[in-house]
Design a protein around this ligand. Structure first.
Ligand SMILES: [Ca+2]
Ligand SMILES: [Ca+2]
Length: 203
């Protein structure tokens, strides 16, 4: 339509996204139109991002987790998600390759971005995950992982770490690849439900 310049994706960005995500050129262009319709400014603010999460978890408090996820996707740390960051996020959370996903998981847990993960950082993310679980669902958690502290202790033990040890990115990824139990414990375990609601919203 009239404003073809502002609503077209640059060739450069298109090529980059084709390389780094599973999406085709046609899909990326379609996503871009949807993105611009939802976010005419071309950027998603942290507040918008939080309110999207809030709409998915009406029975819980997803704010802290949303902030951590936002940080992990805001790769240039400018406080907004542009289309590129948004598409990488979408790719990673839907069907990214394992290695990419694990690198992203590490960045989610590396709260202060210093390249290593401490037990405190694990507990911070685990606590934010707990805030997204409704009171009803919390009652069904196994006894040894039904508080953020217990779950953090369990993860830390599975990584074979002592209280003040740290985990490097390589160790983190290897640990998760070697032990499915760690993978289960570091994740929020209802991504499927969220994905379904996301799909519903897009239609
Ligand atoms: Ca950004
Ligand atoms: Ca850190």
């Amino acid at each position: 339509m009239g404003n073809s310049n502002s609503s077209a994706l640059s060739k450069e960005l298109l090529e980059e996204l084709k390389l780094n995500t599973k999406y085709s050129e046609v899909e990326l262009c379609a996503w871009y139109q949807t993105f611009l319709k939802e976010c005419p400014s071309g950027r998603i603010s942290r507040e918008q991002f939080e309110s999207i999460y809030a709409s998915f978890f009406p029975d819980a408090d997803p704010k802290a987790y949303a902030q951590h996820v936002f940080r992990s996707f805001d790769s240039n740390s400018d406080g907004t998600l542009d289309f590129k960051e948004y598409m990488v996020a979408l790719h990673l959370t839907s069907s990214g390759q394992t290695m990419q996903k694990l690198e992203w998981a590490f960045s989610l847990y590396d709260v202060d971005r210093n390249g290593i993960v401490s037990k405190n950082e694990i507990q911070e993310i685990v606590t934010s995950i707990f805030n997204m679980i409704s009171e009803e669902d919390k009652k069904n958690l196994p006894d040894e992982e039904n508080t953020p502290e217990k779950r953090t202790d369990k993860i830390w033990d599975l990584f074979g770490k002592k209280e003040n040890d740290k985990i490097s990115e390589g160790e983190f990824i290897q640990g998760v690849l070697d032990n499915k139990e760690i993978l289960r414990l570091i994740q929020f375990d209802k991504p499927q439900k969220v994905q379904e609601r996301l799909k519903e919203k897009k239609q």
